[in-house]
Design a protein around this ligand. Structure first.
Ligand SMILES: *[C@@H]1O[C@H](CO)[C@@H](O)[C@H](O)[C@H]1NC(C)=O
Ligand SMILES: *[C@@H]1O[C@H](CO)[C@@H](O)[C@H](O)[C@H]1NC(C)=O
Length: 224
């Protein structure tokens, strides 16, 4: 009995520690087109679906990936995403896509997608892409996995890991990235940490990053 309890506890802990717990759920019906009604009082894990009889081809269609998205000032990158918010037919299907454009020295800063693995394909230009994997033997260390990528090259970022893309070429670069989530989410590490509202107590950042509080304040100013 005690062993049984131990195994159950272990399984529950393993479940919550596993990076796989956040995968999108499998659909339980053929069509579950998202209703985009902010007034709907029902909130579910995802979006509520419209009556399948009312689904139409346009629910499963989007256009505009032939052009770059809006550029992020100072970083030289632009993202144009087709997720469930843009294409309601993606609801419950566990997939989405983004086009990213980077100018020379354009950077997609260190970030994570909490709900998706990302598969990057380079269409144009030269990109230095990489992700950081925690070192299982020492949680205070990590390993960098990186590649210099050219058109046709494909790289995968495992779910939830911190990663980046940087244009190391002399011309604009374009990539397509697909995600195994209808809504991969994004956590930009630098601004999430230094531009939070309200701000985190200085002591937490100064001690956590082993920096002087003056430096923390400078970083806050740069990011807010
Ligand atoms: C759904 O609503 C959001 C927020 O109001 C909006 O940005 C988005 O364009 C809408 N999507 C569709 C497909 O109408
Ligand atoms: C490169 O991208 C920038 C926008 O990020 C754009 O203004 C410029 O025209 C592009 N250059 C070429 C050669 O396409």
């Amino acid at each position: 009995m005690r062993m049984c309890w131990f195994i159950t506890t272990l399984s529950i802990i393993a479940f919550f520690l596993s990076p796989a717990y956040a995968y999108d759920l499998n659909p339980l019906q053929d069509l579950c087109v998202a209703v985009n009604d902010s007034k709907a009082s029902v909130l579910v894990n995802g979006k509520i679906c419209k009556d399948p009889k009312l689904a139409k081809a346009d629910d499963f269609f989007a256009s505009g990936l032939n052009v770059r998205g809006n550029a992020v000032p100072q970083l030289g990158f632009a993202a144009n995403i087709v997720d469930v918010n843009k294409m309601p037919g993606l609801n419950t299907l566990g997939i989405s896509i983004v086009r990213a454009d980077l100018e020379p020295q354009g950077l997609t800063p260190l970030h994570t997608h909490p709900r998706a693995t990302e598969l990057i394909t380079i269409l144009e230009g030269t990109i230095y892409a990489g992700f950081l994997a925690p070192d299982a033997a020492n949680i205070f260390k990590s390993r960098l996995f990186s590649k210099i990528m050219n058109p046709g090259d494909v790289f995968v970022i495992p779910q939830g890991l911190i990663h980046f893309q940087y244009n190391v070429g002399h011309k604009n670069a374009t990539l397509l990235a697909s995600f195994n989530s209808q809504n991969p989410g994004i956590v930009m590490i630098p601004s999430t940490i230094f531009a939070s509202d309200p701000p985190i107590l200085d002591d937490v950042l100064a001690k956590g990053f082993r920096l002087d509080k003056k430096v923390i304040n400078e970083l806050r100013k740069k990011f807010s």
